[in-house]
Design a protein around this ligand. Structure first.
Ligand code: CMC
Length: 447
């Protein structure tokens, strides 16, 4: 505040003042004026803690339920400009990565911060490929779930259980140990995800096929029956890779925040990742594409769209798959997914709901209600249609999100555990309950 203090960026209050990069705050309770440095477009919440009426009173705190305007970390993993519809991983535009890269290369980029050399890429792919198998006890663990268990619940529990198979994973300050857990997690997610899918269908679990690539192997573990080898159509493999790339990271969303928050206790990465899966399980985060399908089915035909749109405009319901907290423009992922629909439907046949979705989009984008509120299609508007065409039941949609998001969660976790500024997550509260009540014994109260 008024005195010169070192801050996060290494700049001082004096530096900030020199460039007029300060905020002047007058506390009208005391008349005291405070100078708060502005660094990287933010002010440190701790600076406000020094604003107090008397020394014995707590300092001022900021109140921000849902962290809508609070930066919780410095990060160099993912950049989003919601107004312009820009998404970049480590500086590379999502459009270029989706068109030219592979999921494992993107995972390497997110984790290591740069694109791999040929040798680095080959080693990385080899490492991931040869850690796809899981301990047989984990298989028995998964078989113990009820016949109709939700695959996301199974995935969450089995990823958490992995920490018991690798107790050394608790040594998170060892870079070699961190690396091997990251490899294991990225490698084993498709295996656990596919087995949780097979479980509900009463089908035998399929072991990984290490001759196949990441997405192709996943499809094999999902759909292989009695054939010697399951080889999916190349166009479907590529469509799944693209979906994996698009879902790999999205900066400080709810599940990433959960991974960081739980990880800040210095727990092992399996437990932190299980927390991310738990957050993603919730309908406000991972479940919107399922809601889009239900909505399209309810609309039924193109003729019913106008009536539906009127219902949305009068506040009776929402147009699912539209709108975003960050994007106030077309979600760049939605554009890419829309294109991927064509490739998938070329193999599977067109999902009849596509026509309704396209017409709905066209009408909404030209309607004053949506234009004024900057409501555009988000990533979930078209993804459910693809997943359905690939024969996935809606319960699997979030699993298909969790598998690729693992590389993003781990890149963020890695950044967290190496960040000297990070502390255990421990927000403040505004206490609204009673104080200093006198306890009355049960024998007195229940008379
Ligand atoms: N349909 C109709 N109206 C909407 C919609 C929608 N989908 N989304 C927002 N609005 C209206 C909202 O009623 C409000 O209007 P008014 O100003 O008259 O009160 C205005 O637009 C601003 O909306 P908001 O609720 O303040 O925006 P938010 O940032 O809090 O919510 C959202 C963002 C994604 C929760 C919301 O747009 C929504 O519920 N969309 C539908 C669900 C959905 O598609 N979710 C998936 C999001 S993408 C997931 C990801 O990135 O991982």
């Amino acid at each position: 505040m008024t005195e010169t203090t070192a801050n996060a960026g290494g700049a001082t209050t004096a530096d900030a003042e020199a460039g007029n990069q300060t905020l002047s705050v007058t506390d009208n309770r005391t008349g005291q004026i405070y100078e708060v440095p502005i660094i990287d477009g933010t002010v440190k919440a701790a600076e406000f803690g020094r604003i107090r009426v008397t020394e014995s009173e707590p300092g001022l705190a900021v109140y921000d339920p849902g962290f809508t305007n609070t930066a919780s970390c410095r990060s160099s993993v993912t950049f989003i400009d919601g107004d312009k519809g820009i998404l970049e991983y480590r500086g590379y535009p999502i459009e270029q990565l989706a068109e030219k890269s592979s999921y494992l290369e993107v995972a390497y980029l997110l984790i290591h911060g740069q694109l791999p050399t040929k040798a680095q890429y080959e080693t990385w792919v080899h490492e991931i490929t040869y850690h796809t198998f899981v301990h047989e006890n984990l298989r028995s663990f998964m078989e113990g779930f009820r016949y109709d268990a939700h695959p996301m619940g199974m995935l969450q529990a089995s990823v958490g259980a992995l920490s018991t198979f690798y107790p050394e994973s608790s040594r998170i300050s060892d870079p070699d140990l961190r690396h091997i857990q990251i490899v294991r997690l990225i490698a084993k997610m498709p295996t656990l995800g596919a087995w949780s899918f097979r479980h509900a269908q009463g089908k035998p679990y399929v072991y990984p096929d290490n001759e196949l690539g990441y997405a192709a192997n996943f499809l094999s573990m999902l759909f292989k029956m009695s054939e010697q080898k399951f080889v999916a159509d190349e166009r479907l493999i590529r469509a799944l890779e693209v979906l994996f790339i698009l879902h790999a990271d999205h900066e400080q969303n709810c599940s990433t925040n959960a991974v960081r928050s739980v990880g800040s206790s210095q727990v092992d990465p399996y437990s932190a990742t299980a927390a991310g899966i738990a957050a993603l399980y919730g309908p406000l985060h991972g479940g919107a594409n399922e809601a889009v399908l239900r909505m399209l089915r309810r609309i039924g035909t193109v003729d019913n769209i106008s009536e539906f749109i009127e219902g949305v405009k009068s506040g009776k319901e929402k147009l699912m798959g539209f709108g975003h907290r960050v994007y106030k423009n077309y979600d760049p992922r939605a554009k890419i997914i829309k294109k991927a629909c064509d490739d998938v439907f070329e193999v599977t046949g067109v999902n009849p709901l596509l026509k309704i979705a396209q017409e709905l989009e066209k009408i909404a984008l030209s309607d004053e209600y949506f234009v004024k509120r900057k409501l555009y299609p988000n990533v979930d508007f078209y993804s459910g249609l693809i997943y359905e065409a690939l024969q996935f039941p809606p319960e699997m949609f979030t699993v298909l999100f969790a598998i690729p998001r693992t590389s993003g969660w781990l890149a963020q976790w890695l950044e967290l555990v190496q960040d000297p500024e990070q502390k255990i997550a421990r927000p403040k509260q505004i206490y609204t309950g009673d104080r200093t009540l006198d306890y009355v014994a049960a024998s007195e109260r229940w008379k």
